[in-house]
Ligand binder design. Structure first.
Ligand SMILES: Cc1ncc(C[n+]2csc(CCOP(=O)(O)OP(=O)(O)O)c2C)c(N)n1
Ligand SMILES: *[C@@H]1O[C@H](CO)[C@@H](O)[C@H](O)[C@H]1NC(C)=O
Ligand SMILES: [Mg+2]
Length: 391
């Protein structure tokens, strides 16, 4: 069977190229890739550049910034790469995820005549149910070991970092896409002050979390309401950010908070965790206490799960009692209003309380939807519930 044979050969070739032979760039391929990319990009009227999650494995973050500085393009980040692209860059336009993007970001990316995707992973989640309005012929895709231009050619054995740095030296600066963005952008909606005793709203909570962020903090976002709200946080320089987009597996964040704090004890973690996700892996809190970690956990307690999904509603725990059972010396605060929330944040960030703080944030059961969550869910659901392709 020649076709099976040739696919095996192709697979092996790709595998070897990705895994073995590519510790150094092949200089000829590198030069050819840069030459082709320069030609492609320099003839575009309003090119843009988007950072993807493979920037991490390729260790190409600073090369990305070097190119971002040199090219003048509008700079966006894929949701799964949040934290890998500096959001304080003067031409940063926000998270690109199709219909649920930051204001004006999708319009700028999708209307560009050339887009440079650096390390993207396009799956059902990051592509919002395969609804991105992108055209292959307008794209350059840079992966850790290869560069693909539009429908071809592809250049193998080219390391992302080398490619980005070489391109930075050759590309012509073009700020057209960002100039358009500035003209189009409407002022962001302000969150109104709550009335005294008004139940706490999720967007009010995140307004206060925003103010806690600095280069000494890292955000960990659980799947659910937190995913969408954390995605809209504006990260100051050096602020860490982690979430699990590939599978969106709930419960991930509790263990991630434990691991991150152990590895990076120069940063205080601000973990935003839904009650459903927390109940899957709550026991990791015990190890956090044993290791004397000092994370701040916001439990977003809406007494259950995201809208329209009552299929797995949950039992509301007595979190005070849970915490008592594990340990009785750490800070546990329950808040139901903006005033109480503000007081809790003062306590949690007080130098004297440099220990684990658990803030049980009671929000209304139905205050769990926002525009992005609704829009994203319906698109991903439509794509994932389609009939299988006929064999
Ligand atoms: C392991 C796993 N099981 C099920 C799901 C489907 N799912 C996505 S969000 C969610 C509800 C999460 O509830 P909660 O943590 O309270 O989130 P929130 O109310 O903050 O949205 C579920 C069950 C999933 N993503 N991962
Ligand atoms: C929750 O547990 C605490 C501590 O054990 C207890 O004092 C409190 O009464 C409990 N709350 C409810 C609503 O049962
Ligand atoms: Mg919940």
């Amino acid at each position: 069977m020649p076709s099976l044979c040739s696919s095996i050969v192709l697979f092996l070739h790709r595998f070897l190229e990705e895994n073995l032979c590519c510790r150094l760039s092949n200089q000829m391929n590198l030069e050819a890739a840069v030459e082709a990319a320069v030609e492609f990009l320099n003839k575009a009227a309003k090119p843009v550049m988007i950072g993807g999650p493979k920037l991490r494995v390729a260790k190409a973050g600073s090369a990305f910034v070097e190119l971002a500085d040199a090219c003048g393009y509008a700079i966006a980040v894929m949701p799964s790469a949040k934290g890998l692209v500096p959001e304080n860059h003067p031409r940063f336009v926000g998270t690109y995820w199709g219909g649920v993007s930051a204001a004006c970001c999708a319009e700028i990316v999708e209307s560009a005549d050339a887009y440079l995707f650096v390390g993207p992973i396009f799956n059902d989640h990051s592509s919002v149910g395969y609804s991105l309005l992108l055209k292959k012929e307008k794209a350059i895709v840079v992966q850790p070991n290869r560069v693909v231009l539009a429908d071809g050619p592809a250049f193998g054995c080219v390391l992302m970092e080398d490619f980005l740095r070489a391109l930075a030296k050759r590309v012509t600066s073009n700020t057209m896409a960002h100039d358009n963005y500035r003209r189009t952008l409407a002022p962001a909606g302000e969150v109104l002050e709550s009335q005294p005793d008004e139940p706490l709203k999720v967007n009010v909570l995140f307004k206060h979390i925003q103010n806690m962020l600095s280069s000494h903090t890292a955000v960990i976002a659980e799947t659910g309401v937190s995913w969408f709200n954390c995605q809209k946080l504006k990260l100051p320089e050096g602020c860490g950010y982690e979430f699990q987009m590939q599978y969106g597996s709930i419960g991930w964040s509790v263990g991630a908070t434990l691991g991150y704090a152990q590895a990076a004890n120069d940063k205080r973690i601000i973990a935003c965790i839904g009650d459903g996700g927390f109940q899957m892996t709550a026991q990791d809190v015990s190890t956090m206490l044993r290791c004397e970690q000092r994370s701040i956990i916001f439990l977003i307690n809406n007494g259950g799960e995201i809208h329209d999904g009552r299929y797995n509603g949950i039992k509301n725990w007595n979190y005070t009692a849970l915490i008592d059972a594990i340990h009785n010396l750490w800070n546990f605060i329950q808040v139901q209003s903006e005033k109480e929330l503000k007081e809790a944040i003062v306590v949690a960030t007080n130098e004297k309380n440099d220990c684990l703080c658990f803030i049980d944030v009671i929000v209304h059961k139905d205050d769990d939807t926002n525009k992005e969550l609704l829009d994203w869910s319906s698109r991903v659901c439509a794509a994932n519930s389609r009939l299988p392709n006929p064999q």
